[in-house]
Design a protein around this ligand. Structure first.
Ligand code: ZN
Length: 441
């Protein structure tokens, strides 16, 4: 009996240890954690979601800001007794982080409300942190030239005006733009600008957020400079992505093939981008086409080395299928995919665990591998399509190429913006962020 208990305890202990190790490996992949602390007293309730990064210097900046805000709040609400005994003073800080190659954008939204406040108080602050130089950055660090600031300000102002006509106090905006580093941050699709409600007309209490694409005439996206120096990843073309538009991703599997080049041309003519899940064994043959695809702004994903049924393979074989494809893409065109689309859309825990890539399936199957009539493919790709749909096609059939010529204009006419999978993810993130900001809490 005693033995059984001991074995039981031992098993439990091992299980806890394994879980702990598993958690550790997950956390290793990101350079920050978010932690929420709730403090309640008789008169106040505080909920603070705080970022803990790997950089102690940045952590101190974050803590300093939060403590300042907390102190202000406690000062403001001190000695005020509520007529309504049940109502408490509320203080809330929510944090979002956007991570790019060299920067962490930590955005903190403070919301205060309660008996002491005539209207809820909102504030947004961003710390744009250069993780290499370990210091704060401002717009000034990204300007193409000194003369870029004024046209940039006008452009951003007109974007805000479009978002909310006559909401912004233009004089104050003019004064603070470029000075106030707290309203500017980087995402993986470009630059974002925010305005605090204090800069807005009195009856407007939300935040405003607008975005500019990576390629724009005023600002340098940080990776852009490096790419030129290294001369490795080909330059991407200018394209404007608006996170507020309904967005979908076109994806093509099993290529490249003799049809890929023409598909690239169709995408280019329509000024849209797509994601291609490619097979490793085709990379060398179609090296130039893949380079062009990336140069045009398209994204490449991993679809195994030679289309074996991944979920049926041993772990070792499975890893080989994925790794070989990553390696050959790196070697031939200096490209590293971040998504894996398992063959036949068949996935399992082993694939998720061993691939080190994000699994990307689809929501709309055009069945172009089976349907021979291009018009029926068009119908499947354009009927009942909704925001954030991921459409599956193949760049290995002539009929798919023919259908695409009609699919893109049709989707555009329906108001959709066609983006890559990474862009789609980023749009989702920005939208959630905006939603959080305006619903907070
Ligand atoms: Zn396939």
């Amino acid at each position: 009996m005693k033995k059984k208990i001991i074995i039981g305890i031992l098993c439990l202990w091992i299980l806890t240890l394994l879980l702990f190790l598993y958690k550790e490996t997950i956390q290793k992949n990101t350079s920050y954690e978010l932690e929420t602390i709730i403090q309640e007293t008789e008169n106040t309730v505080q909920s603070i979601t705080k970022a803990k990064t790997k950089d102690s210097k940045l952590n101190r900046e974050i803590t300093k800001y939060i403590e300042e805000k907390q102190e202000e709040f406690l000062d403001f609400t001190k000695n005020k007794t509520s007529l309504y005994l049940l109502e408490r003073e509320e203080f809330n800080i929510d944090t979002n982080i956007f991570e790019t190659k060299e920067y962490l954008s930590v955005t903190m939204m403070t919301y205060q409300n309660g008996p002491s406040f005539s209207v809820p108080s909102n504030e947004i602050k961003t710390i744009l942190w250069n993780t290499k130089k370990r210091r704060k950055s401002t717009i000034q660090d990204f300007l193409r030239s000194k003369d870029s600031l004024e046209p940039l300000r006008q452009e951003v102002f007109s974007l805000f005006e479009k978002e909310c006509p006559h909401c912004l106090n233009s004089e104050r905006f003019k004064q603070e733009f470029g000075e106030d580093s707290t309203s500017f941050f980087l995402t993986s699709t470009g630059f974002s600008f925010t305005v605090n409600p204090s800069l807005l007309q009195e009856d407007y209490h939300d935040y405003l957020i607008v975005s500019l694409p990576k390629k724009n005439p005023y600002l340098f996206y940080p990776e852009e400079k490096e790419e030129k120096e290294e001369d490795s990843q080909p330059e991407t073309k200018k394209r404007v992505i608006d996170p507020s538009l309904p967005s979908i991703a076109l994806t093509f599997d099993d290529g490249p093939s003799p049809y890929t080049e023409e598909i690239l041309k169709i995408l280019e003519e329509n000024e849209v981008n797509a994601t291609f899940f490619i097979l490793g064994n085709k990379v060398t043959t179609y090296k130039e086409i893949l380079k062009k695809s990336v140069a045009n702004g398209n994204e490449l994903g991993n679809h195994s080395y030679n289309h074996q049924w991944l979920s049926r393979l041993s772990t070792k074989e499975l890893e080989k299928q994925i790794d070989q494809t990553q390696e050959i893409l790196q070697k031939e065109i200096h490209y590293t995919p971040t998504f894996l689309r398992p063959t036949y859309g068949s996935t399992n825990r082993r694939i998720t665990k061993n691939s080190h890539l994000e699994i990307a399936l689809w929501t709309v199957d055009t069945k172009d591998w089976r349907i021979r009539n291009p018009d029926r493919i068009v119908l499947r790709a354009t009927h009942n399509i909704k925001d954030f749909d991921i459409i599956l096609m193949h760049d290995t059939y002539e009929r798919s190429k023919d259908a695409l010529k009609k699919i893109i204009p049709n989707l555009k006419k329906q108001g959709f913006q066609l983006v890559t999978l990474s862009e789609l993810q980023e749009i989702k993130k920005i939208r959630e962020y905006i939603k959080d900001a305006s619903l907070n809490p």
